[in-house]
Structures are given as structure tokens and as C-alpha cells.
Design a binder for this molecule. Structure first.
Ligand SMILES: NC(=O)c1ccc[n+]([C@@H]2O[C@H](COP(=O)([O-])OP(=O)(O)OC[C@H]3O[C@@H](n4cnc5c(N)ncnc54)[C@H](OP(=O)(O)O)[C@@H]3O)[C@@H](O)[C@H]2O)c1
Length: 301
């Protein structure tokens, strides 16, 4: 059985990996959180990997508070920029592949067409800059570092736009949401499934050397603005809340967001031959799971 170390297992992607793990008996997952593996502690990382030899590592840990990062640049730097190097070095020592996640925010260029991995990066805030630095460090440290750049991640677990909209939509009659930022939502479950599918391909010897090192865009299929996304959330949940479109300049945030961050996923699809669900289908699936979680919680009360 192939052993997989997962860091940041209590985050959105980490929790979804935990949900999926049971469906993949060919893998033995070792889920870790900051409590037993703080990825910013270089010695702890080395020690952990020596104590727990594995066949793969998925780094789902990150400092993801995009706005707070502007006030805590050192913390973001440690987790997003330095720690990926520690993990990549530990993986290099064991000669095992590392899967790492990054963000559409690293692009932030003015290209108004779906973004390619080879496009110029132009990160605007602390989060985006530290994530880019982490990518570069991990790629430099290890010839088997694979990076999935993703966007607008949500899940039944943790905090995210979908859950915020559902909460606010139940509390208020009217909300304003920006409509001049265009991208693609990503259900963390599909991202987690894609990560496991890549490991399966590794197990089958189907990931050639040249594909083992590099960057791949991964989001759900389809494109929308945050406004469209909010409308779909209310439509699918049956919540009656008016949504008014506003411009980003009327909703200032400490960290700037890219206005266009749709990613071209041709490289991912050509390399792994995997189907990617459309964001509306994945949103529906997430809502169904959320309803069953809510029903289970209320029956326990
Ligand atoms: N969320 C998005 O919209 C989005 C968009 C694009 C890309 N991404 C990328 O996708 C990946 C997964 O994101 P996500 O949404 O699953 O993030 P998340 O829900 O914020 O989870 C990140 C996890 O990392 C843990 N962590 C933070 N510092 C750590 C440390 N020093 N040692 C060990 N664990 C630590 C966090 O633990 P605590 O909760 O205890 O801090 C949390 O459980 C990240 O690389 C992120 O940058 C996310």
C-alpha cells in the first residue's frame, strides 16, 4: 500500500482528502495538522519524514487569509514561501513526489484571456507573492514537485464564499457582490479527487518524468463573476435574497484581487486525461452534501 503524507489536513482540501481517503484502499493516508506537523518548523519536517517514510506528500497546508496577510507578512512568508521548501527538501531526500497547491492570484497580469502556466506572474499582495515564492522554492528544491494552481476554493468544510453567502442570504434581504472580478470556482472535493487521481497515475507508472516537475492550472470548468456565483448559490439553495452587482472599487479590500483570473486547463487535461466538472454541477453537489450535513446535525440536537 502506498503511503501518503498530507499536511494541513484540517483545511478545506485536507478535509475533502479525508472524506475521499476511504474510497482509495490502495493508499494509506497519514493526515497531519499543525499540531503534529508544523510545516514552518524545518527540523520538525525533517524529523517527521525520517520517522514516517512515505511514497508521496500532498501539501494542503497554507496561510490563506488573503487580507490578514497584509498585516502578518512574516507569518504568510513562513507558511507559504519557506515551508514548501522544507517539505520539498524532505521529499527530495526520500525521492518521493510532492503535490503542492498554489493560486490564480500569482498571475494578476492584465491578460484578458484564459491564463497559461507559462504566462507572466505579477502577484499583487503578500498572500500572492508568498505563494509564488513557495512555488519557486519547492520547484527549485525538488525535481518531483508538481504544483496545482487553483482558484476560488470552497467546500462544506471551513470558511468560504459559498458558506458566507448562505449565512448572509438567510440574514438579509439584499446583498451587494462584485461583478467585475471574473474567475472559476473550485470545489475542494474535485481538487482533492484530482490530486488522488494523479497519485493513482504515479502508481501505474503513467506519469512521465517531464510531467513530474512543473505547474498545472486546475479549477472547475466554466467561468463566472462573484455576482453570478452568488446568484447561483441563492438559486440552488432556494434562498430569497436580492443580489445587486457592484464594482470592486466600491468594495475595497486590504489585498487587491485580480479582475480576470480564468485559467486555461489544457495542460492538466493533456497530461492526466481527467474530466473536470463544471462549477455549477459541483456547486449543486456541494449544496446536497451541505444539506445532508445540516440534517444530520439537527437530528443530533
Ligand atoms: N481557499 C481558496 O480560495 C484558495 C484559492 C486558491 C488557492 N488555494 C490554495 O489551495 C490550498 C488549500 O487551500 P484551503 O482552502 O484548503 O486552505 P485552508 O482551508 O485555509 O487550509 C489550510 C490549512 O493549513 C493549515 N496550516 C496553516 N499553517 C500551518 C502550519 N504552519 N503547519 C501545518 N498546517 C498549517 C491550516 O491550519 P489552521 O486552520 O490551524 O491555521 C489549515 O488547516 C492552499 O495552498 C491555498 O493557498 C486556496
Amino acid at each position: 500500500m502506498a503511503k501518503v503524507i498530507v499536511t494541513g489536513a484540517n483545511g478545506q482540501v485536507g478535509r475533502e482528502l479525508q472524506v475521499l481517503a476511504g474510497h482509495f484502499p490502495e493508499f494509506q493516508f497519514h493526515f497531519t495538522s499543525r499540531f503534529n506537523l508544523d510545516i514552518t518548523d524545518e527540523q520538525a519536517v525533517q524529523h517527521f519524514f525520517n520517522q514516517h517514510p512515505a511514497d508521496y506528500c500532498i501539501n494542503a497546508a497554507a496561510y490563506t487569509a488573503v487580507d490578514r496577510a497584509e498585516e502578518e507578512p512574516e507569518a504568510a512568508e513562513r507558511t507559504n514561501a519557506l515551508a514548501p521548501r522544507y517539505l520539498a527538501e524532505a521529499c527530495a531526500q526520500q525521492n518521493i513526489p510532492m503535490l503542492h497547491f498554489s493560486t490564480d492570484y500569482v498571475y494578476h497580469n492584465d491578460v484578458n484571456r484564459p491564463l497559461l502556466e507559462s504566462d507572466e506572474t505579477c502577484p499583487a499582495g503578500v498572500y500572492a507573492r508568498t505563494k509564488l515564492a513557495g512555488e519557486q522554492a519547492a520547484l527549485e528544491a525538488h525535481s518531483k514537485t508538481m504544483i496545482l494552481r487553483t482558484s476560488w476554493v470552497y467546500s462544506v468544510f471551513g470558511h468560504n464564499f459559498v458558506k458566507t453567502m448562505l449565512r448572509l442570504g438567510r440574514e438579509r434581504d439584499r446583498l451587494t457582490v462584485v461583478y467585475d472580478q471574473i474567475g472559476s470556482p473550485t470545489h475542494a472535493r474535485s481538487l482533492a479527487r484530482a490530486a488522488i487521481a494523479i497519485l493513482q497515475q504515479y502508481e501505474q507508472g503513467a506519469v512521465p518524468r517531464e510531467q513530474q516537475h512543473g505547474i498545472y492550472n486546475y479549477s472547475n470548468e466554466g467561468v463566472c463573476s462573484w455576482y453570478d456565483f452568488a446568484l447561483a448559490i441563492f438559486e440552488m439553495s432556494g434562498i430569497d435574497c436580492e443580489v445587486a452587482p457592484i464594482l470592486s472599487k466600491d468594495f475595497p479590500t486590504p489585498a487587491a484581487r485580480p479582475s480576470y483570473s480564468v485559467m486555461d486547463k489544457s495542460k492538466f487535461k493533456a497530461a492526466f486525461g481527467l474530466n473536470i466538472p463544471h462549477w455549477r454541477d459541483d456547486l449543486k453537489a456541494m449544496m446536497t452534501t451541505l444539506r445532508s450535513h445540516e440534517a444530520a446535525a439537527s437530528s443530533r440536537e
